[in-house]
Structures are given as C-alpha cells and as structure tokens.
Design a protein around this ligand. Structure first.
Ligand SMILES: Cc1ncc(COP(=O)(O)O)c(C=O)c1O
Length: 386
C-alpha cells in the first residue's frame, strides 16, 4: 500500500501549486498551498516503473497510442464505470481543457450560445469566451450547502442560438456526483432542443458514491454527447498532458477530430501514453486506497471544524478532494475573508468567485495532502478567521 502520509517537498520542482503562488497571490508570502487541483502524494510506483522502463529504452521520438493503451482505456471504463466503449469512439488528446476548447469550436459557431452551470471550474467558461462564443449562465441551486441543477431556469435560457451545454460531472467545485435521474432529466431537455453536451468527467474515478457516465445512459444521449476524461487527476499525472475524448456519434466525432488536428491537440507526450496505460492496467487497488485516504481527510476536516466550533461549513463532497468551504457565517466581506486567509492564516485556497460570481463567501480547499499538513492548515484557518 502506498504511504499517503509521506511528506514530499514539492518546492522548486517546476510545480505550479508550490512555485507559482507569488504570481497568483501577489498580496502575501510564505503561503501553504491548498489550491491547484493536484495531489501532494507521489504518483504510484507502477506508473513510475513503466516510465523508467521507457527511459531505459532511451529513444523518445514521435509517438502514437498503442493497441494495448486503447484496450486499457476500454477495460477501465467497463470495469470502473460499467460503461462500454469501442476503439472507434476514442480520440487521444493532450489534456481535457485543450480538448474542451477544440470541442467548443467543433460544435458551435462564433456568437452561438453555450450553457454552463456555475459555480464551475473556470476554464469551462473561459474557453467559451476565448472561442468568441457567448456564455449563458445556468447557476446551480443551493440548499443548505447541497447543490442541484436548476432545470426550470435552464429551459428559460435556451434560444435558437444555444448549441452546447457544458456538464461538469462529477462537479468541480461543488463536489456533486449527478444521479442517473438528474442526468437523464438534463439530457432530455438537450435532446428536445437539439443541444449537444460536452461532459467533462475527469473526476469520475474519485467518487464516494455511484457515478454514471452521461453517455452510458442511452443511445440517444450518447448520440449528442462528447465525453472528456483523463487519468490526470486520479493518478496525479496532470503534468504529463494526456487525456482522451469519447464520442459515439460519427459526425460529431469527425467534426471534433478535425479541430483536434487543426489545433494539434493530438500531439501527445510519450510519457502521457505510458502512464495512462500503466494506470489503467494496474491502478484499481491504488484508486481504492487513495479514495479511502481522501475520505478520511474529508472527515477529518469536517470534524476539525465541528470540534473547534468553527463557523466555516461544508457539505462533504460526493467526489473529489476539493472542499467547497462556506465562510458566510463569519459575517465578513468576501475580500476580508480572502485577506485573512492569505495574510493571517497564510494559506492559499482558490477564491470561490473565480468559479462564478454567485460564490462570494466561498473558497475551495484542496484536501489531497498528508493529514499532518492538512491539520496544520486547518489550525491556521480556524485560529485566524474567527
Ligand atoms: C473539471 C476539470 N476539468 C479539467 C481539468 C484539467 O484537465 P487537464 O489538465 O487534462 O487539461 C480540471 C483540473 O482541475 C478539472 O477540475
């Protein structure tokens, strides 16, 4: 079993999370990083070994996906998510976000409208804007910290210019794993209105409840869906820049692949392929152990706030290691909370408002670190915010 308690120094390792804080949080120094969504755990040894074997081979020329990699992805989807896919549905890409941006170009024209459900992982609306499409906001509904989709609002937002709906499933940052019924209801509206769905499922492996891949629900739904995924989050290999898209619909896939080629989104790092194959052939046990460590960190945080009578609250996420912390009961302005987190507690969390304007009073905490370091961070937060 991997030792998730091992503290590894990530400083000065070309690491965005530790080494780029002065750019993102210029107002403070000596911060403990709890922001970027990667983990402070070592990538599992079976992936490192596969990469070492490739290094020992000693030639790093141009590459392409192998049959064994394709088989590994297909088997992972079936075994982990009971989702049957075929080789011809797959396109390998150099990341979920580059593929997402390509999909926006493939499925819509300039000035078309694209719906996002905020608060959400911000590149999902940024890339709508950078492709000169119009972002239409369909904010999630919040009830006591638990988020659901607002399908009544969604129906009022659809016009003849609405071409795509973006789904984040599981949802970053609110931690929901959408139920089959929620997905089905959403997809029916899209089917009725000729709207395609881009389903970002990068967090699908890190679920604490049952996950349903949107396209696995029915043929009709698969026919309007492009799914994006990667082993990047699950196995902490985001820096290897590799992922894949799944598309059952021939003409959608052709449109997507055309833009993928145009933008060179299919120029993939050799080690991305090697790591994905090792992850998906050898990774089941690791993922179960990782999830159990993450769940214990989530519970630890929950109990820590409770035992210290903290006014900071959160609903335990149904997926991911990202905690959507609600500071509203502290009776401070959003800017004051941010100031105290950075200047007094000395911790770097993602600002809630970067995920959507409705998220004032929220900050996202990344709990994928050792419990020892997590406790240090929580102590600083509780001591300095109250
Ligand atoms: C929902 C979601 N999609 C995509 C990504 C990034 O994917 P990639 O690194 O493959 O571009 C993230 C990273 O935080 C994410 O949370």
């Amino acid at each position: 079993m991997q030792n998730f308690d091992e503290i590894i120094d990530r400083k000065n390792t070309s690491c965005l999370k530790f080494d780029a804080m002065s750019g993102y949080f210029p107002e403070a120094t000596d911060l403990q990083p709890l922001w970027v969504a990667d983990m402070d755990f070592k990538t599992p040894s079976f992936i490192i070994d596969a990469m070492k074997e490739k290094i020992d081979h000693g030639i790093f020329g141009y590459t392409r996906p192998t049959k064994t990699l394709i088989a590994a992805v297909i088997a992972w989807m079936k075994d982990r998510h009971n989702y049957t896919i075929k080789e011809e549905y797959l396109t390998f890409v150099n990341g979920v976000v580059p593929a997402y941006s390509a999909a926006i170009e493939a499925f819509s024209a300039e000035n078309d409208e694209i719906i996002v459900q905020t608060p959400v992982y911000y590149p999902l609306f940024q890339h709508i804007k950078s492709n000169n499409r119009k972002v239409i906001y369909n904010p999630l509904k919040e009830n006591d910290g638990y988020y659901t989709m607002d399908l009544d609002d969604l129906k009022t937002k659809i016009t003849s210019k609405t071409k795509v709906l973006v789904l984040c499933s599981p949802h970053n940052p609110v931690g929901r794993v959408w139920t089959k019924k929620e997905l089905d209801d959403l997809a029916k509206i899209c089917l009725d209105n000729n709207i395609k769905i881009i389903s970002d499922e990068i967090h699908a492996d890190l679920v604490f409840t049952k996950f349903t891949s949107l396209a696995s629900i029915s043929k009709d739904i698969a026919n309007i869906t492009l799914t994006l995924n990667s082993a990047g989050k699950t196995f902490n290999i985001a820096g290897l820049n590799c992922g894949y898209a799944i598309c059952h619909n021939d003409s959608m896939k052709r449109a997507f692949d055309t833009i993928v080629k145009k933008r060179e989104v299919n120029s993939i790092n050799l080690f991305g392929f090697v790591a994905h194959e090792a992850a998906y052939t050898k990774g089941h046990k690791y993922v179960d152990e990782l999830k159990s460590y993450l769940a214990s960190n989530i519970n630890f945080t929950y109990e820590y706030f409770k035992n210290n009578n903290s006014k900071i609250t959160f609903v335990k996420p149904e997926a991911t290691y990202l905690l959507w912390l609600n500071f509203k009961s502290l009776d401070l302005k959003h800017t004051q909370i941010r100031h105290k987190l950075l200047n007094n507690a000395k911790v770097a969390l993602n600002d809630g408002t970067s995920f959507g304007i409705e998220a004032a009073g929220y900050f996202r905490l990344n709990a994928a670190l050792t419990q020892e370091k997590l406790e240090e961070a929580l102590c600083k937060i509780v001591t300095n915010l109250h």
